[in-house]
Design a protein around this ligand. Sequence first.
Ligand code: FPP
Length: 250
Amino acid sequence: MSSSSAPNEGATSAGRARGGGPRHVAIIMDGNGRWAERRGLPRAAGHRAGAEAVRTTLKAAVKAGVEVLTLYAFSSENWRRSEDEISDLKGLMGYYLERELDELAREGVRLLLIGDHRAFGPQLVERLERAVEKTRANERLTLVVALNYGARGEIAAAARRLAVQAAAGDLDPAQIDEERFSHQLTTAGLPELDLLIRTSGEKRLSNFLLWQSAYAELVFVDTLWPDFDEAGLSAAIDEFAGRQRRFGGR
Ligand code: FPP
């Protein structure tokens, strides 16, 4: 799924958390490098441990009844990292997909991609698209992986698409409202984002889901991503449940 292609049609309709728990959780997985550095290990070892934390957290999210888990795996700014590190990350994603695909399918996980994953080269693209295809009909949890994703780019692409429709005379600009705009985003059709977690103590959104996080609860934890686990997810969900969400009302 590219940020400039059609949105995720056919996904669950938008709505609020049921039973007090968040339906849609997103995570900025930060701190792999620091985790490795503290152990005197190469950054690649941090990313490997980070991939294991993805596995653990995904299982925990299924158990907690989360419907959608969106993970920031590679930002459009991450291309500024060294070639070696980018290659390590690509290799890891390919390896992880190959190893986990059957398990994902067995667990009822549907994989969706946001961002322009086509930049990752034919081999990984082929694996990613095969995984999306293989898990298409699964309904237990939707795992959205943001790859080569940037929220400003996503918003600009949505504006561009609406502008093209307006210029062609197919859309009256007066009809462009929040709902119509949301339908052009790569998360169209997914439930509203309820909870956004960032690990490693940083308190920034770093160009992730800027539109979608308008009313999300933000939880920042000091845990480095490779150490994040079921207890970490439960604690964030508890914090979410304890907050009063007013959506601008009283
Ligand atoms: C941030 O840590 C992490 C990333 C940029 C990559 C996230 C990738 C993974 C968790 C591994 C594979 C992903 C999947 C979906 C299998 P950092 O390197 O910025 O850490 P630092 O800030 O401590 O340097």
